[in-house]
Design a protein around this ligand. Structure first.
Ligand SMILES: [Zn+2]
Length: 288
């Protein structure tokens, strides 16, 4: 095993207050547990969908999410709350308030980090830079966008390390190719770099140089595509050293996380939690 992670129990997704796949952790002396909660593609869904919504009546939104997050946190000593981008766009709140209430919600919920989704650029980089500087009390992680010639310079981190008990956790973020997805005038001078090489570089730094016990990637690449397009599953298969990829962009609902074999034959957990706060992703890890 490349890491001190001896075994990894199952994990599940929470929906509408129901635990779909509860785990049963073995009692292990000295083992340390870590619970990772995650969301993606929030799309400004501060309020639940209306009660007469054809697909998601009364579902989604921050009130339900906060209840789930608090419930889970109250029963786990060590937890992380992460997001995978596209926080913005989709309700009139964004058009009216430009993303401020979304970031205030994330502060209130206690998010540690998010990554950049294509829609996070919708009001331009100057606006985004202003939001990050004035409101975000969490990290914005991305390792494959060179923003040094843009207003985002200095505001996006390639990685973050977090200590939880005895564990050191390394987190990086990765974004999709802006071509065709972010209008050129909204990402002027942003340089897109190869996701696989960029992530591998960060993972190597986090594992080898910074001695992280586990490495998590926050991705806005999308879960999977037909053909050769880079996705979370492809990223997992073409790298080594990643333990967990949390994804977004494709609004994928999964019954349970997916295991992908990496370049060296170790398992990578890949998960995504729908969108709009309709689900809260949950991964429970146990380290010995
Ligand atoms: Zn997206």
């Amino acid at each position: 095993m490349p890491t001190r992670r001896e075994f990894l129990r199952n994990s599940g997704l929470l929906a509408g207050g129901m635990l779909l796949a509860p785990d049963a952790l073995f009692a292990q002396r000295e083992a340390q547990k870590l619970m990772i909660l995650h969301t993606n593609d929030f799309h400004s869904r501060l309020e639940s969908f209306p009660d007469n919504h054809p697909k998601y009546p009364g579902q989604g939104g921050i009130a339900r999410l906060k209840t789930l997050i608090d419930e889970q946190r109250s029963t786990h000593e060590y937890s992380l709350l992460l997001d995978c981008g596209d926080v913005f766009q989709g309700t009139p709140y964004f058009n009216r308030f430009g993303g401020v209430p979304e970031y205030k919600w994330m502060n209130m919920a206690g998010y540690e980090a998010t990554t950049l989704g294509n829609h996070d650029f919708d009001l331009g980089m100057e606006h985004l830079a202003d939001l990050i500087q004035n409101y975000a009390r969490f990290s914005i992680l991305n390792c494959n966008y060179d923003v040094s010639k843009t207003p985002l310079k200095g505001l996006i981190k390639p990685h973050l390390t977090v200590k939880k008990g005895r564990l050191k956790i390394g987190i990086t973020g990765v974004g999709l190719n802006p071509e065709g997805l972010i209008p050129a005038h909204l990402c002027e001078n942003l340089v897109y770099k190869d996701p696989v090489a960029s992530v591998q570089e960060q993972v190597d730094i986090l594992k080898k140089r910074m001695h992280c016990d586990t490495v998590i990637v926050l991705s806005h690449l999308g879960f999977e595509y037909p053909g050769n397009q880079i996705s979370d599953k492809k990223l997992a298969a073409e790298t080594h050293g990643i333990d967990l990829i949390l994804g977004g962009h494709t609004h994928t609902f999964l019954e349970a996380p997916v295991m992908v074999s990496n370049k060296k034959g170790s398992n990578v957990i890949v998960n995504q939690a729908g969108w709009a706060g309709l689900q809260l992703g949950m991964i429970r890890l146990e380290f010995k």
